[in-house]
Ligand binder design. Structure first.
Ligand code: AMP
Length: 411
């Protein structure tokens, strides 16, 4: 049964236009200028609640327009009169890449002369960030570790803070940021608006919300959308030593516009990247993993976003949160360790309603893992026709054994 807030959202959806959300003319012009024709459901739901001063818990995945859902009302409510502003909004994000992306979305929707944004994350000189904060910032986006660092040094002043956003809260808790987040929230003024965005709402998140939010409105935008409906998903059973050949054939057949090729380990990622690079066919291949320094990671994200890099070989660092609209193909060169990560990886394509396709290489020993993924997304991956070629080379292979039966029973 939909709750009261969800019913209101349903009503709002019926008259989906930014004009109906009570935004300023200036904001409406900006949205038109950047090509946002109508609000996504998350935006239609969240924006009016934030403008009405509510704390909000939005269960939404990336790719749903969730960043603008909090950025638009925050920008609408900033006090821009002050000359050297102290931060009025603090957005906490789990990774550096996501923090940069959020900052970019704020910048895209505001005039840089008027609204000052600052991004705080590790791996970058702290001095530059301190200087920026000293010059004055309206909006601060950062990863919890670096934000704490600035709080401890006294370089980040949160006295005037009105908005605190926890973006991808489940991910932040997953990677152990809970103590940092709590420390930060305790330092923020009690009188504030707190927004929490999360793909899932496990108990730990609800506890956090209970402790640090004021009567939040909870809305769920991810019902029945464990993996976006616009994504076709295939698998093939490939022995480890054939994966590289099959990847070549797949890319040749598919000619992706842009593709992320996921590996499980940093070492495996680096190895595959080098192999592809050396082969010469893939001059536009790049790599992204946690062993790279921040400068190299930033450059790679820029090159991928601009299309200079067409194939990005990556670990799950980019599995969550990162938004690149042109990613047409996701290839799971290695299956992820957790089926949750499968959903996040695959969610890098098919964004904002675009078509996307995902292929997973499953080794003959990984039947159980395949089954877990299928349970998670509540549907079966389709067998890719390339399987015939693989079987010709190796004889019939299948990663589906008993596990398949178990999957059927589970449905
Ligand atoms: P997010 O879920 O915030 O990562 O956003 C996913 C992508 O959708 C980003 O590239 C946004 O720029 C884009 N986007 C957000 N809102 C809209 C909208 N209303 N219309 C078109 N694109 C949008």
């Amino acid at each position: 049964m939909p709750n009261k807030v969800e019913k209101q959202i349903e009503k709002r959806k019926q008259k989906l236009s930014f004009e109906h959300l009570g935004l300023s003319d200036e904001m409406l012009d900006t949205l038109e200028h950047i090509g946002y024709e109508k609000p996504s459901p998350v935006q239609a739901g969240v924006i009016p609640l934030v403008l009405d001063d509510f704390d909000v818990i939005g269960q939404a995945r990336t790719g749903t327009g969730k960043t603008a859902a909090f950025a638009i009302p925050i920008l609408e409510m900033l006090d821009l009169e002050v000359k050297k502003p102290k931060p009025q909004a603090l957005i906490l994000a789990p990774t550096r890449e996501l923090a940069v992306q959020v900052e970019n979305e704020f910048k895209r929707m505001s005039n840089p002369e008027q609204v000052k944004c600052c991004c705080l994350y590790g791996g970058r000189p702290i001095k530059t960030q301190i200087n920026q904060l000293e010059r004055g910032c309206h909006v601060v986006v950062g990863t919890p570790g670096r934000v704490i660092d600035h709080l401890n040094r006294g370089t980040l002043n949160v006295d005037q803070l009105w908005f605190v956003v926890l973006d991808e809260a489940d991910r932040m808790l997953d990677i152990g940021f809970r103590p940092d987040i709590e420390k930060i929230l305790r330092r923020c003024p009690k009188e504030r608006q707190t927004l929490l965005l999360s793909a899932t709402l496990p108990y730990a998140i609800l506890q956090l919300a209970k402790r640090y939010m004021y009567r939040p409105k909870v809305i769920n935008f991810s019902k029945n959308s464990v993996a976006a409906e616009t994504i076709e998903q295939f698998y093939m059973t490939v022995p480890e030593d054939l994966k590289y050949d099959i990847l070549n054939r797949l890319l040749e057949r598919e000619q992706p516009e842009q593709s992320i090729i996921f590996c499980r380990t940093k070492l495996g990622t680096e190895r595959l990247y080098r192999k592809m690079f050396k082969a010469g066919v893939f001059s536009d291949v790049g790599t992204l993993h946690g062993d790279m320094n921040q400068g190299a990671r930033d450059r790679m994200m820029r090159d991928f976003r601009s299309g200079k890099v067409r194939y990005l070989v990556a670990t799950d660092v980019v599995g969550r949160g990162i938004d690149i609209t042109n990613v047409s193909h996701i290839i799971n060169f290695d299956l992820p360790g957790l089926s949750d990560d499968y959903v996040h990886r695959v969610g890098r394509t098919g964004r904002m309603g675009k078509q996307g396709v995902a292929f997973s290489f499953v080794t003959p020993q990984q039947g159980v893992e395949l089954t877990k993924i299928e349970r998670k997304i509540n549907s079966e991956l389709q067998l890719d026709p390339l399987q015939e070629e693989i079987d010709e080379i190796r004889g019939p292979l299948s990663s589906r054994g008993k596990s398949k039966k178990r999957y059927r029973r589970a449905l």
